[in-house]
Design a protein around this ligand. Structure first.
Ligand SMILES: [Zn+2]
Length: 304
């Protein structure tokens, strides 16, 4: 768990530095040239830096060991922080819409030259690179927080892209295209926000994390296991809790049954390093009577 925190913190520190530098450059440049949208974009990057600090604190807390009050650990602090990040996506969408409406009603004519485009295009490229890096690391370390944050950074890149296009349109007298384009992209950002929120709310509601069919297949191969049922998994992608019922021969001693249960656990811990704890209920043949048959089979994950 310490390793996980160190890795995610390192990625967040890199993203934090990039947000600080890009934010300061955009704010200063925006003030010097009176291009309001660049200043606003810069403040957005500075706010993102603040989000990164919240993320670092959240990952630090979620990596703390379990205690008397929180015996399953504190990993869901990271899930909660991811939900907060999805809310910030709605804020970005709101900012783009209000900027578009402003442009629509007030004919702002900023002073635009080649250096304006150069600054914006360089920040756009850097933003896209940081977003892709963060997403790649999020997938590598199974971190929902990094994946959510990378989606936020991607939406910032879209916002910068809109500014470049709208400046170009304004220069060429096509002012009407700017608000239309902005509204379309805001809808995309809102869609991403809803999708991140849904994924993380599901985790808070203990959605099944590991495919139960796969677990059953592994366990059935272990010598002495007659049947396995009521498999459940919950937690976050990087920290999973698993439980199940294991039916063994009626005449086995507790020692023999425990031996089978330990073999199952060792096999599963080796195959799924994200599993933090496994609880196995050993049952004689009558244990089959409490098997739960789930009706919802639209997703194979829920069939056990
Ligand atoms: Zn049972």
């Amino acid at each position: 768990m310490d390793n996980y925190f160190d890795r995610v913190r390192k990625v967040l520190l890199i993203v934090l530095m990039s947000n600080l530098i890009l934010g300061l450059v955009k704010v200063l440049y925006g003030y010097n040239t009176n291009v309001l949208s660049i200043t606003a974009d810069g403040y957005d990057s500075l706010l993102d830096a603040l989000t990164n600090i919240v993320g670092i604190v959240a990952v630090y807390i979620s990596g703390k060991p379990s205690n008397a009050q929180h015996r399953y650990g504190l990993t869901k602090v990271e899930t909660f922080a991811s939900i907060m990040i999805s809310c910030t996506l709605f804020l970005v969408a709101y900012e783009i819409v209000t900027a578009a409406v402003d442009r629509f009603f007030n004919n702002i004519i900023p002073v635009i030259d080649v250096s304006t485009y150069a600054v914006l295009i360089i920040t756009l490229i850097l933003t896209i690179l940081v977003s892709r890096y963060e997403k790649k690391m999020g997938e590598k370390f199974n971190s929902d927080l990094l994946i959510s944050d990378s989606e936020h950074i991607k939406s910032d890149a879209l916002a910068t892209g809109i500014i470049i296009l709208s400046l170009f349109f304004i220069q060429n007298g096509l002012t009407i295209l700017d608000p239309i384009l902005s509204l379309g992209i805001s809808l995309l950002i809102i869609k991403t926000g809803i999708s991140i929120m849904k994924t993380n709310l599901d985790i808070l509601l203990d959605v099944n994390i590991i495919n139960c069919d796969e677990i059953a297949q592994e366990v059935r191969q272990i010598y002495g296991v007659n049947h396995v049922h009521n498999i459940r998994s919950r937690g976050t992608k990087s920290s999973v809790y698993l439980d199940m019922h294991l039916v063994v021969d009626n005449h086995l001693s507790i020692n023999q049954a425990d031996h089978i249960s330990r073999s199952c656990k060792n096999t599963l811990y080796a195959k799924y390093p994200e599993i933090k704890d496994i609880l196995i209920q050993i049952e004689p043949s009558r244990g089959l009577y409490d098997e739960i048959h789930y009706k919802d089979i639209k997703n194979k994950k829920y069939s056990f």
